[in-house]
Structures are given as C-alpha cells and as structure tokens.
Design a protein around this ligand. Structure first.
Ligand code: PGA
Length: 252
C-alpha cells in the first residue's frame, strides 16, 4: 500500500508574517494526531526559515517551490538546493507548469535541477501535465511521456525512491476545472506504466503520483478513490486551512 501524500504549494502568496499565521493554524488543526497521509507545505523562499520553526514539532514537512541547478555562484536571484537543505527543506517542487510557461523551463533544465536536488539528499515533486490545446489535439500521453523521460534522464532506479510525480493538467490549474477522476486516473496509470517500462515493476508500484489542478475539500475524496491517485499537489486550496485539512482527511 502506498501512503498518500498531500502537498500545499503556496506559490507567490503570503508575507513572512502571513506564512507564520497560516502554518500555525495548520499545526493547530492537525494537532498531535499523526495525519492519515504525508503532508508538506511549500511557502515562498523568504518564509521557509520561519515556517520551519513553526512546524518543527509537527509531522508537516517543508518543501520549496523551485531551485537552481548550480551549487552557488553568479546567478542573481536564484537559490541553490544546498541552501534549501540547510534551511530544512525535505522536498523541492520542480517543473511546475508556471515555471515552464512563464520562466522558460525546458525538460532539459528540469532534468539538471532534479539531479542537483537528489544529489543534496532532498526529494523531488516533479510536475508534468498537458495544456488544453495539447489535450484537444490528442497528444496528452505524448507530452507527458516526453516530460517524464526528459526530467528523469539519467536518474537511477534507487534514486527513484526520492521522486514523486505530480500530474497537473495545465488547463485545470487555478481554473476551477478539475480533471474528472477518470481523466486523471487514465494519465496516472499511463505514467505508472511508463515508469514500469523505464525502470521496473517494483519502482512503478512504489511511485507516488499526486494529482494537481483545482483540488478542493469537496472533490478530493473522489480523486483519491482512484487506484493510481496517491494524493494531491494543492495550490489555491492550500491557502485555506479548513480546505487543506479536509483534503488531508480525504486520504483516509
Ligand atoms: P491549484 O494549483 O490547486 O490552485 O489549481 C495547483 C498547482 O499549481 O500545483
């Protein structure tokens, strides 16, 4: 049985003070009970240190939203994986569609980032997903396959235990349009089979595949009931404690 994994991607939201408030509310809500799934939150870079303090005695794990693929040097405005490790991150979200779309990240760049993050001993949440145009052109699987193959190029079977894949159809992100559980399940199964063919059945069987795209308290349960949906990467709803908590509880 795969343990489900729910991660909150706060994107470019909240000041340090606002992040502390949100994280504190979540810690209070979860209380001392072990949540039914793995839970991580990804605040902005500047709030990571403060949020780490807030969640340190809770089961919530710290994640970052991006990083650079070099160790250090003249890369103005960038943050390295070793810096994220030093601040207490366990996960880094890579290849988010907003990074691909607005910041020109290619599968090749994402691959370099994946390698760097793994080399620091951190885990990766690798985002893949097709645009509406690509779905309507019938090339969803082709696009997702190229993204998975490209990002995981050179990643070994043993490194795969530190990879979670988040399937996030771009047309469902922040739009209120969720993929139906059946639409999502079809792509999740495709990804699992692809990983099986690239690695082995046991790697495929262990791989966590999150769904992302307008996940809310009200639609999480039906998504999580699908056999290949192992949790969610949550944007908007992760900024509301009650919604996010309901998503966490929906993994039971
Ligand atoms: P959303 O974002 O839940 O607001 O659609 C998901 C994501 O971008 O990870």
């Amino acid at each position: 049985m795969r343990k489900k994994f729910v991660a909150g991607n706060w994107k470019m939201n909240k000041t340090i003070a606002g992040s502390i408030t949100l994280a504190s509310e979540l810690v209070r809500k979860i209380g001392s009970h072990e949540p039914p799934c793995t839970v991580a939150i990804a605040p902005t870079f500047i709030a990571l240190d403060s949020v780490r303090e807030v969640i340190k005695k809770s089961p919530i794990k710290l994640a970052a939203q991006n990083c650079h693929f070099e160790d250090d040097g003249a890369f103005t405005g960038e943050i390295s994986a070793s810096m994220l490790k030093a601040v207490g991150c366990e996960y880094v979200i890579l290849g988010h569609s907003e990074r691909r779309q607005y910041f020109g990240e290619t599968n090749e760049i994402i691959n370099k980032k994946v390698k760097k993050v793994l080399s620091e001993g951190l885990s990766v949440i690798l985002c893949v997903g097709e645009t509406l145009n690509e779905r309507e052109s019938g090339i969803t699987e082709k696009v997702v396959e190229a993204q998975v193959r490209g990002a995981l190029n050179g990643i070994s079977e043993s490194q795969m235990q530190h990879i979670t894949i988040a399937y996030e159809p771009v047309w469902a992100i922040g739009t209120g349009k969720t993929a139906t559980p059946e639409q999502a399940e079809a792509v999740h199964l495709f990804i699992r089979n692809l990983i099986g063919s690239l690695y082995s059945d046991s790697v495929a069987e262990r791989l966590l595949i999150q769904y992302g795209g307008s996940v809310k308290g009200s639609n999480a349960k039906e998504l999580f009931q699908m056999p290949n949906i192992d949790g969610a990467l949550v944007g908007g709803a992760s900024l509301k404690v009650d919604e996010f908590y309901q998503i966490i509880q929906s993994t039971i």
